[in-house]
Design a protein around this ligand. Sequence first.
Ligand code: SF4
Length: 431
Amino acid sequence: MSAHSPATGCTDTPVLRERGQREVFCGLTGIIWLHRKMQDAFFLVVGSRTCAHLLQSAAGVMIFAEPRFGTAILEEKDLAGMADANAELDREVARLLDRRPDIRQLFLVGSCPSEVIKLDLSRAAERLSAAHGPKVRVLNFSGSGIETTFTEGEDACLASMVPALPTTEAKELLMVGALPDVVEDQALSLLGQIGVGPVRCLPAKRAAMDPAIGPNTRYALTQPFLGDTHSALQRRGAQHIDAPFPFGAEGTTLWLKAVAAEFGISPETVDQVVAAPRARAEKAIAAATETLRGKRVFFMPDSQLEIPLARFLTRECGMQAVEISTPYLHTTIHRAELALIAPGPTISEGQDVDLQIDRVRAARPDLTVCGLGLANPLEAEGLATKWAIELVFTPVHFYEQAGDLASLFARPLRRRALLAASHPNRMEAAE
Ligand code: SF4
């Protein structure tokens, strides 16, 4: 692992900005992990059969209980303006809430079709909140693929919640970002041992546990794609804790130290508390590093996790980054990460997919992190790939998951090495 230095790293690296065709999932995808996290929420997509199919296939076989998401399908007569879509939406919502008395929060989720016909879901949410509140709070956000990448769905959802949260003057830590329960529990346990508290989470598991916000709230993001939520919290007067993200042993330690400092707790106290889990994480990362060390990685823009993950792979796993590309570069929330990445890689924002594929072909990296749609064609050209979406669906934050995070990148390289050993002629043909 490289030493943490006060150097500015890639902070001043000129950013290559591209605004061409993009290949990413839409923001509806976030509903898959959000509905598991928020146990009394329901996500009602106001969209088309395509939207319903996307959700069904993404959630797939994982639904064992009655799902907490659905699609109110806009039919042709709605799209043609021949029916009152608002009246139909009100009827659907009333029927849903009648059938599901456990629902406390209802999110109306906009899609490409609802945006195209300019259905005003914020007014619908106000109207439906008045009709079904205070028992049920109705909010809205957009998951439309016209403008959003897949992790922006979570950002838009959390940002829609912030204005409705109650007010407090208490000094509390707000941990922001939907983490799997087991990971959230680990983080809360570490923070408790360090002496940080009280700690609240956004999103909370249930509406009754929603945090309050005020000028003494200190918030730390656990996901690098929460730019709008960050702005909404700033508007409520909450104070951001600037830190790298809790990926890997180093990132987790720096995140915890930044949080601890806000609560007057020394870095030495953090070091004492985290010594054992940190050592476990470093050992687990070292096992995967045998495969990763010296390999070149190219990030295409997809999950918005690219910058922190490039920092993790270059500093803790010995990889070399060729290009680190992200859909959006949030300078405020990525600053601490960029400062840790050694100068050298191209930093790019947005995508012009053909131009970027040309750069991948020219660089021939050992590993390309990209969306599902690009992975197969690149594999066919003899390039190893990692699906970015797996990084969002797999628990990867904090110490206990650090080894799994490194392994996710090592696996395609090992598979390719095995294939090359067993079918040398076929691999040559592909390359
Ligand atoms: S929101 Fe748009 S991109 Fe997403 S599934 Fe629906 S139609 Fe497709």
